[in-house]
Design a binder for this molecule. Structure first.
Ligand code: 7RM
Length: 655
């Protein structure tokens, strides 16, 4: 990550956009809320003692821990001396507590097939899958790669690994053979768990043939287990490949969970760094389980009868922490949906919410803006009255998208939690607590209890309220990454060297006069217009503020006069006319909302934007397009045709 120290006298990042609407909690919600304002005070008095208490109360230990935290910056060890098993904590103990018949997952396939798994079902399936791994020679500490669609066997495979202490690395099902091979080779996985394919947008998407291609260059892989999802014939390599329905189905469901040390590696998850080789973000056992389960219960106000739906992909950290480990540790009932929100029509999600009486929905701004683009008639046609908490994650949520979510999905009644965190942080770190926090549309509000976050200038000095700068974390937290697999120096360099003694997240942020945190996007994307450092987020939010705009992405392009000029890519709401007059109007709108310095010099209407699989806009590719360069790495793009469509579009409007 390249971070230029701020030059000149100006602030690291300008604070331009002022959003003044506030939403205090509903007293009826507060009366029943899991979170109490007092936990902020308890955590502040002694954050180590706070996490110690929670770890003793919430985790079922095979052996209790002795030391809560050993901190040798930047290396943390939490709950040292303790032993536990994650799959026991997520499954068996609930069955022992009489919750065997409680639904763990309602699964919905894209073609309409469904499956229900209770905690007792999950225990049997996980035991069988773990025994299959043992039969294939997998031992505690061996790495297992997982490359699957969103089917129940995916969380089962993860829990089976955790049961025997074999760290998994889940590779998102949309990634290429090359990406899969790179990750397998980096961690030296012995077994791959995959499927013949899955369903997406009404089509069968093959996986096994990508896996076969990858396995041609992965010497560490000895075996593959293949789930039959689509029934389409695939090539099975004799001796190497095993059908799940053979090798797993014939196992005994009894597989004793292996107790591992608190700091045993639970998983690796590779972040698709923009240019460099992907980083294997390393998460361990006890701290991760505590951090994900406690935040899940507090931030989503989880109650025993909730139906919780995190609509992310399990291949993204959001799925690891908030579909699998956090919710299962809390004995939640969850929804897993295999497919796309527009298949067969744009009311698929709202049908699911109505049908399963979903009470908590956690999704990304990109999905909310896609729904905004289609129009409110789709959710309006469904009974969404079961919803009581809404969440957002993955990108800054523009105030207008927040308000749309509040009005058309929450029907004005439900709190919204805008949760900031990263693959590296493992758990949500900046967020409102429903029932406690007064929210402001577009702000992730405050650090979670026990977390110390700050905003600093280029020299690492805390920026006073009202200013913008770099988001840092100033003390360790239980679910933090423990390193980059096989590369401690890169870990130190990437996260702990920019500001000595602090974790630098790579995000810009500002705090308003009330101390609310507002995320401003990746610092690599910050634009420098005539010496003003302007965040992409604020200009995009000003565009989305206009009634015709569904989504916008802005980038800085080289400019002879101002150093950089702002280039805006705009998606209109359904029915919007992309005229020159509107382009002029939108530019003026930005100037009006946040000031003339932020008026985009160029503006182009586009049908879609280049995004990662988790929905993040890839501004780097937009800069390449705007400056007429050949495209950089596109392997993590969700839809590779999007950039071509934009490149062929010549209708750029210019100031
Ligand atoms: C959970 C996840 C991490 C990056 C992070 C930010 C951005 C995530 C928010 C957000 C503003 C949010 N993990 N980000 N959540 N920005 N508000 N609520 O997304 O590793 O894939 O990405 O995502 O830039 O650094 S991630």
């Amino acid at each position: 990550m390249s971070v230029e120290p701020s030059q000149g006298a100006g602030p690291a990042i300008e604070n331009l956009l002022a959003e003044r609407r506030t939403f205090p909690p509903d007293p009826a919600f507060t009366a029943r809320a899991n979170a109490r304002a007092a936990i902020y005070d308890e955590a502040e008095r002694d954050h180590v003692a706070f996490w110690e208490r929670l770890a003793r109360e919430r985790i079922s230990w095979s052996r209790p821990f002795e030391t809560t935290l050993e901190w040798e910056l930047p290396f943390a060890k939490w709950f040292v001396g303790g032993q536990l098993n994650v799959s026991y904590n997520c499954v068996d103990r609930h069955v022992e507590n009489g919750l065997g018949d409680k639904v763990a997952y309602h699964w919905i396939g894209e073609p309409g097939d469904t499956r229900t798994l209770t905690y007792a079902n999950l225990q049997r399936e996980v035991g069988k899958a773990a025994n299959a791994l043992l039969e294939l020679g997998v031992r505690t500490g061996d790495r297992v790669a997982i490359y699957m669609p969103m089917i129940p066997e995916l969380p089962i495979a993860m829990l089976a690994c955790a049961r025997i202490g074999a760290p998994h690395t889940v590779v998102f099902g949309g990634f290429s053979a090359e990406a899969l091979a790179g990750r397998i080779n980096d961690c030296g996985a012995r077994v791959l768990i995959t499927a013949d394919g899955g369903y997406r947008r009404g089509k069968e998407v093959g996986l096994k043939h990508h896996a076969d291609e990858a396995l041609a260059s992965t010497p560490s892989i000895e075996h593959a287990i293949v789930v039959n999802r689509t029934g389409r014939g695939v090539h099975m390599v004799d001796g190497r490949d095993h059908w799940w329905h053979d090798i797993v189905e014939r196992q005994s469901p009894d597989c004793p969970p292996v107790p591992v040390d608190s700091e045993h590696m639970l998983y690796l998850l590779y972040t698709s760094g923009t240019t460099a080789k992907p980083k294997g973000i390393l998460h361990t056992t006890a701290g991760y389980l505590l951090g994900t389960s406690f935040t899940h219960e507090m931030i989503f106000d989880l109650k025993p009868d909730d139906v919780y739906w995190c609509a992310a992909d399990i291949g993204w950290v959001t799925g690891h922490s908030y579909i699998v480990y956090g919710p299962l540790a809390n004995a939640a009932t969850g929804i897993i949906y295999e497919g796309a929100p527009d298949t067969p029509t744009w009311d698929r999600w709202w049908q699911i919410i109505e049908r399963y009486k979903v009470t908590i929905l956690y999704t990304a701004p990109t999905a909310i803006r896609a729904c905004m683009k289609q129009g409110p008639q789709y959710p309006a046609a469904h009974d969404l009255s079961s919803l009581r908490v809404l969440g957002s994650v993955g990108e800054p949520i523009n105030p207008e998208a927040w308000l749309w979510y509040h009005e058309h999905i929450g029907r004005g009644r439900t709190p919204i939690v805008d949760t900031w965190w990263q693959t590296e942080t493992g758990m949500i770190l900046i967020t409102p607590l429903p029932g406690v926090t007064t929210t402001k549309p577009g702000s992730a509000t405050f650090p979670f209890p026990g977390i110390e976050a700050d905003i600093v200038d280029g020299d690492g000095r805390s920026v006073p309220f009202g200013g913008g700068g770099y988001l840092v974390l100033k003390r360790p937290w239980p679910a933090m990454l423990r390193g980059i697999y096989g590369d401690p120096e890169r870990y130190r360099q990437t996260y702990w060297s920019r500001f000595p003694g602090m974790y630098f997240a790579g995000d810009g942020a500002k705090r308003d006069e009330d101390g609310y945190f507002w995320l401003l996007g990746r610092v690599d994307d910050v634009m420098n217009v005539a010496g003003h450092r302007i965040s992409t987020t604020e200009v995009e939010s000003a565009l989305v503020d206009h009634r015709s705009v569904a989504e916008a992405a802005v980038v800085g392009v080289k400019d002879e006069v101002s150093g950089q000029a702002i280039y805006a890519f705009v998606i209109l709401k359904a029915g919007g006319e992309p005229t020159d007059a509107l382009a002029v109007q939108l530019r003026e709108h930005v100037a009006y909302v946040i000031g003339p310095i932020a008026r985009p010099k160029y503006l182009m209407f586009v049908p879609d934007l280049p995004k990662t699989r988790s929905g993040k806009i890839m501004r780097r590719l937009l800069r390449d397009i705007a400056e007429g360069r050949t495209l950089g790495d596109t392997t993590t793009l969700a839809d590779a045709t999007v950039v071509e469509t934009i490149r062929e579009n010549t209708g750029r409007s210019e100031e």
